[in-house]
Design a protein around this ligand. Structure first.
Ligand SMILES: CSC[C@@H](O)[C@@H](O)C(=O)COP(=O)(O)O
Length: 356
């Protein structure tokens, strides 16, 4: 049994620091959910980098939070980093190279680098303490931002809403509560939610394994569907809106998210259904002009030819696995953030969320 507070509620938090300065990062192993609830004990930057690369932790905000703890652990492990700039660069590179698409990773590393700049010349213990405090802040702020995003998003929805969602955007993908799934949680909390259609999200099955798990824990009324059923239920008039998360929003409002998101947006356009994107400010990348500038991660073809270690395609069959796609801004009804809701023209409304 887990030594942690009940994870089977809306307090699902995949990243928990245990102990003080000499403690460790406890990470809920997402590859084993829903079959097993196992917590990994991470005590080094390399272990954190592996956990991100191998998807023991995944989801844009959660990747960023893990990387922030990775920086703190890297400095704790090796006091010589204080005097060797090349080692600091190697640490940041180790973490930055884990996954390319979610901008939260780079956002969190930038924030840790800025923090590092404020403790120059200080004793090792103090530097580690400051870095750890920043990682905690990133973790806690993300959760609070998700709750606010939930409030903002729920206000847009009608009573009795039936929502379709893709991938996993819940507590597991964040510091807690979730982005798109956070809005769904909030809609339930205010009594507006009728039902959720959960896309299984081939090939990695984040919907079937993780979102379904969170819905069961929180008693969110939901039905699991395969990705190719979305159009069927829209045609039947049983979907009022789609809400998804995102790994990176470009300055023009193009949205990168889990492969299959673009197809949903096109279906929404045909069926005249609102297509909402939940994005904390940490996922909005004003430095990337449009979707063409967003790197799309290509993952192992085995994740397509195998399901949970069992081969489903004939030996020798090639398979492709772009892990994300880009939905053009023109298909996005609104982008819901913790500081407000943006709609087209995004090149004007997104900067204004940052007070620009
Ligand atoms: C809050 S989660 C938003 C996105 O990160 C989510 O929709 C997603 O695409 C996750 O992809 P993953 O490959 O599982 O890390």
């Amino acid at each position: 049994m887990s030594e942690f507070p009940n994870v089977f509620d809306s307090n699902v938090r995949p990243l928990i620091w245990v102990g003080e300065l000499d403690g460790h990062l406890s990470l809920l192993e997402q590859k084993e959910l829903p079959q097993a609830e196992r917590w990994l004990k991470l005590e080094s930057a390399a272990a954190v980098a592996d956990a991100i690369r191998e998807m023991s932790v995944r989801g844009a905000p959660a990747i960023g939070i893990a990387a922030a703890y990775g920086v703190a652990l890297g400095f704790r492990e090796d006091p010589t980093l204080l005097n060797e700039a090349a080692k600091v660069e190697a640490l940041f590179e180790l973490l930055a190279k884990t996954r390319p698409t979610a901008v939260n990773l780079f956002w969190a590393l930038d924030r840790m680098r800025t923090t590092l700049g404020t403790v120059e010349g200080q004793p090792h213990q103090d530097v580690v303490a400051r870095l750890l405090a920043e990682a905690h802040a990133i973790n806690d702020e993300d959760r609070a931002n998700n709750q606010e995003m939930g409030r903002q998003g729920a206000a847009l929805l009608k009573d009795g809403v039936r929502i379709l969602t893709h991938c996993n955007t819940g507590g597991l993908a964040t510091g807690g509560y979730g982005t798109a799934l956070g809005i769904i949680r909030a809609a339930k909390a205010v009594g507006k939610l009728q039902h959720v259609w959960v896309d299984e999200t081939r090939p990695y099955l984040q919907g079937a394994r993780l979102t379904a798990w969170e819905c069961i824990q929180d008693e969110i009324p939901a039905t699991l569907i395969t990705d190719n059923m979305a159009g069927f239920y829209m045609q039947q008039g049983l979907v009022d809106c789609v809400i998804v998360g995102t790994d990176r929003v470009a300055a023009n409002g193009d949205v990168a998210n889990k492969i299959g998101t673009y197809s949903l947006a096109v279906l929404c356009k045909y069926h005249k259904i609102p297509f909402f994107v939940a994005a904390p400010l940490s996922t909005i990348d004003l430095n990337t002009q449009d979707g063409a500038g967003i790197p799309i991660e290509e993952r192992s073809s085995k994740e397509v030819t195998e399901i949970q270690g069992k081969t489903i395609a004939p030996e020798g069959m090639k398979a492709a696995h772009p892990a994300f796609d880009v939905t053009p801004a023109e298909l996005v009804t609104a982008i819901i953030t913790e500081v407000g809701v943006a709609s087209a023209p995004y090149s004007e409304t997104l900067p204004s969320l940052f007070g620009r």
